[in-house]
Design a protein around this ligand. Structure first.
Ligand SMILES: Cc1cc2nc3c(=O)[nH]c(=O)nc-3n(C[C@H](O)[C@H](O)[C@H](O)COP(=O)(O)OP(=O)(O)OC[C@H]3O[C@@H](n4cnc5c(N)ncnc54)[C@H](O)[C@@H]3O)c2cc1C
Length: 457
């Protein structure tokens, strides 16, 4: 890169902030443009409506962000983020039974999305080569048609020149139109219709009713049922509770209906948490219609000086908690590509899409194979679904009794091991044996009053 090179990032979400950190080491000037007013503290904002809902940051995502922003983890913990082992500290009802609880070594930090974003933003703001322009909307890409992007046109009529533009404007990215305006094709898309509903409320739980720090999940079993409830402990001794499901299974936003929905889940811990908690916010609803992947890696012609990343590149079904983690990994990939090519020309962008495409494919397939357990899911179906779903049920059942299976399963879910870790012959044998054993353990459904939640688990 030339000494005076400039970069512009569209969007100050997690993807944009992570990208800007990488660019700050490689460009003389980096400008992050966001149409929202960016608060100085951990507040929700209009441009990220999902921020009121739970956001799990997977272990590899936290490690990637820590690499980009050293000290971030300590900062988050100091501000109240909660460390928890995803097996030991998680009360999970799935496939008619509770997961066994053991030390898995897979630890997560639980916090609200606004806390994470505000800590990352503060660190970025301290870099002298980075400018954050808030309340400033991008209206299009500037450039030479058919050749390269050379900046962004702002809605207020100004143009910001740049050697590299990173589109991190989220799943609503307008770049299909913007690229067509510069005579570039827009990428083909894969879309999976999931219609996932979240209705979320922040509460303060009474200590005697809580299972300890961590999370509670109560999920109905597909294909017959499609609802779930989840509660995550977050900063300020609070719990972020969300109720919902796939394909129209939506919890009401009125408090009485909300409690009724929780009461009707297959077991009681979330209902009891809510019943004894102090509500801090009204329930708010969000519907996520489709997972959407834009295949830049398949385009014959792409512009120099431009890459899309984060949700603008691929928006994953949020229930599996992959979006921020993949965005952080994409930022590290961008750093590798810039260092390898020392340029913002087409080969750098192609390399970026090729490498991120591999990562995205793994995560996309993993999510899709679970999405299609729900009738009503539409889109490109992975192959061998009947066998996948049968084996998934054996794994979930085995997790009721087997520490080794549950640990391997969460390591796969958290992208610490490939999916093949669950398919090795010795593991398959363990899964099948444990699933048989689990079938013989009596159910504990609906048997526990709130006060005994901690004792029974
Ligand atoms: C309900 C829900 C729950 C989720 N839960 C999880 C979870 O548990 N774990 C997880 O990892 N991920 C989760 N996600 C996904 C996660 O929110 C995203 O993957 C993540 O925020 C990365 O997004 P991003 O930075 O690409 O886009 P966003 O966070 O959407 O940010 C885009 C930014 O671009 C700005 N912008 C847009 N257009 C313009 C423009 N024209 N000009 C200037 N600025 C613009 C917006 O104001 C915004 O700040 C969830 C998503 C939803 C919907």
């Amino acid at each position: 890169m030339q000494k005076e090179a400039a970069a512009v990032v569209i969007g100050a979400g997690i993807a944009g902030l992570a990208a800007a950190r990488v660019l700050a080491d490689r460009f003389a000037r980096v400008t992050v443009v966001d149409r929202d007013r960016l608060p100085s503290g951990p507040e929700s904002r209009r441009g990220v409506p999902q921020s009121a809902h739970p956001h799990a940051l997977l272990a590899v995502g936290r490690e990637a962000l820590e690499k980009l922003f050293p000290g971030l983890t300590d900062d988050l913990v100091e501000r109240g983020a909660v460390w928890a082992d995803v097996v030991r500290d998680a009360v999970v009802w799935q496939l008619d039974g509770y997961r066994t609880r053991v030390d898995s070594g897979v630890t997560l930090l639980f916090m609200t999305r606004p806390l994470l974003e505000s800590c990352v933003r503060r660190r970025l703001r301290s870099l002298p080569q980075v400018t954050i322009l808030d309340e400033t909307a991008v209206a299009g890409l500037a450039g030479r048609p058919g050749e390269r992007v050379s900046g962004v046109d702002l809605a207020d009529g100004r143009t910001l020149a740049a050697d590299l533009v990173v589109d991190a404007s989220g799943r609503g990215s307008r770049s299909d139109r913007w690229l067509r305006d510069l005579e570039f094709p827009s990428p083909p898309e894969s879309v999976i219709t999931v219609r996932v509903h979240y209705t979320t409320r922040l509460v303060r739980g009474r200590p005697e009713c809580l299972p300890g720090p961590g999370m509670i999940i109560v999920a109905e079993s597909p294909p017959e049922h499609r609802r779930y409830g989840a509660a995550f402990s977050v900063e300020g001794d609070r719990w972020l509770v969300t109720l919902g499901g796939f394909h129209g299974a939506q919890a009401p936003t009125d408090p009485a209906g909300y409690q009724e929905f929780a009461d009707s889940l297959p077991d009681t811990p979330i209902a009891e948490l809510l019943r004894h908690a102090e509500p801090l916010t009204d329930p708010v609803a969000y519907t996520y219609p489709t997972s959407r992947r834009r295949h830049f890696e398949r385009l014959r012609r792409i512009p120099a000086g431009y890459v899309a990343m984060g949700d603008a590149l691929c928006s994953f079904n949020p229930v599996y908690g992959h979006g921020m983690t993949v965005a952080a990994q994409e930022a590290l990939t961008l750093a590798e590509c810039l260092d390898r090519h020392h340029s913002t020309a087409v080969p750098m962008a192609r390399d970026f899409y090729r490498r991120t495409g591999k990562l995205i494919s793994v995560v996309w397939q993993m999510a899709a194979s679970t999405d299609f357990a729900y009738p009503g899911t539409e889109g490109p179906r992975p192959r061998g679904l009947a066998l996948t779903h049968w084996y998934q049920r054996q794994v979930f059942r085995a997790c009721h009794v087997s520490p080794e299976v549950v640990t391997t399963m969460v390591r796969v879910q958290h992208l610490l091991e490939p999916g093949s870790a669950l398919l090795r012959p010795a593991m398959v044998a363990k899964v099948l044996r444990a699933a048989r054993r689990a079938g013989k353990v009596p159910e504990t459904r609906n048997a526990f009053p709130a006060r005994s939640i901690d004792r029974r688990l």
